[in-house]
Write a protein that binds this ligand. Structure first.
Ligand code: COA
Length: 335
């Protein structure tokens, strides 16, 4: 059995900055409310026609591959995590394979929302561990802005989410004390609808129903979030899954050099930091600049932290996520 490790990282965010004040011009909200509840100051929104979920993923992937020092033809498998795919089907993994001119390797799409990137890392880790693949490209990308209710009706959700993409290249590591030490994944479908987008789907709102009803007030096209319920579950599950990962490796919170929590809400990150008694320099947050970019949030934050020299060889890096499903997970990494 091999270990896997991250050898290249990259991210891409659209240039178009949308501040809280800009949102307050189109809906009944304000900078104070958003910052106090979420920590978010601004987010990026794609200008329609300039990018899609998959093209942002490609831009992040190109940087990650270059930094990995490998050729795109050495990629053995593509993993793409998103809740906002370009198409209902096929998923964006194959679009990356096409647009990057990667040879006809397998491409899989992960639908685990905010936990998607951690699920993706876990999947890639297993393929590499078993020896099936050597180099795996893992992408998390979201284009939320094209699907949010940007009116006062949708303000509880739409102020939180932003667009962007992050990617990593993972490869084989012969030393079992380095790289991804373990991953831990969970789900609780009992709360599936508490953070969801119901339509179009083949469950409650068929495409045929939507066409038949043609109802402009139909909210099922927009994401729904029971904010306080999500918050309460998030703080518990984040803490649990970080502790589970640390315990599996005989480690403690004080051993963490850098915790990269999924950027759901600054208050959630601060709660976890406080609970685990971590210093400011042990946790990386960038939700202030980008909002919640769901599957992209961890790879964007991980890349930024690495670029700023906050992650060095030998560091213990912990990734943790919670989100729609509910799903949650962690990855414990010796960098
Ligand atoms: N601007 C101004 N007011 C807003 C608003 C906005 N953008 N969104 C909601 N409000 C209003 C509500 O209408 C409500 O008004 P009312 O009291 O008159 O009915 C009031 O603010 C409080 O709303 P509530 O939803 O109870 O706020 P909250 O304190 O729970 O904060 C969240 C809302 C979404 C910020 C918070 O619940 C949260 O962060 N939850 C977790 C979200 C998360 O992490 N999601 C991603 C998971 S991966």
């Amino acid at each position: 059995m091999y270990n896997s490790k991250i050898i290249g990282l990259g991210y891409f965010v659209p240039d178009n900055v949308v501040t809280n004040d800009m949102l307050s011009e189109i809906m009944d909200t304000n900078d104070e409310w958003i910052q106090e509840r979420t920590g978010i100051k601004e987010r990026r929104h794609v200008i329609k026609g300039e990018d899609t979920t998959s093209t942002m993923g490609v831009k992040a992937a190109r940087i990650a591959i270059e930094r990995a020092g490998i050729d795109k033809d050495e990629i053995d498998f593509i993993v793409f995590a998103t809740l906002s795919p370009d198409y209902y089907f096929p998923g964006p993994g194959v679009l990356v394979q096409r647009d990057m001119g990667i040879k006809t390797v397998g491409a899989i799409d992960i639908r685990n929302q905010c936990s998607g990137f951690v699920y993706g890392i876990s999947l890639a880790d297993q393929y590499i561990k078993s020896g099936m693949y050597k180099n795996v490209l893992v992408i998390g990308s979201e284009l939320h802005s094209g699907g949010l209710d940007m009116t006062t009706r949708g303000r509880g959700v739409s102020v939180i989410f932003g667009d962007g993409a992050g990617a990593v290249v993972m490869t084989r590591e012969e030393d079992n004390s380095k790289g991804i030490l373990s991953t831990h994944l969970h789900s609780e479908g009992a709360h599936a609808e508490e953070l969801s987008l119901i339509a179009p789907g083949m469950g409650k709102r068929w495409v045929l129903d939507i066409l038949k009803d043609n109802d402009p007030d139909d909210e099922s096209y927009f994401p729904y979030m029971n904010g306080q319920f999500v918050f309460k579950n998030a703080v518990v599950r984040f803490s649990e899954v970080i502790m589970e990962g640390l315990k599996a490796n005989n480690l403690e919170p004080k051993d963490i050099d850098m915790l990269i929590p999924h950027q759901a809400n600054l208050r959630i990150s601060q709660f976890i930091q406080h609970k685990m008694r971590l210093r400011d320099d042990q946790v990386y947050n960038n939700i202030m600049k980008y909002g919640n970019t769901t599957a992209a949030s961890i790879p964007i934050a991980l890349t930024e932290a690495w670029e700023q020299g906050k992650i060095k060889e030998g560091d213990l890096v912990v990734l943790a996520a919670f989100g729609s499903g509910f799903t949650w997970g962690s990855a414990i990494i010796r960098w």
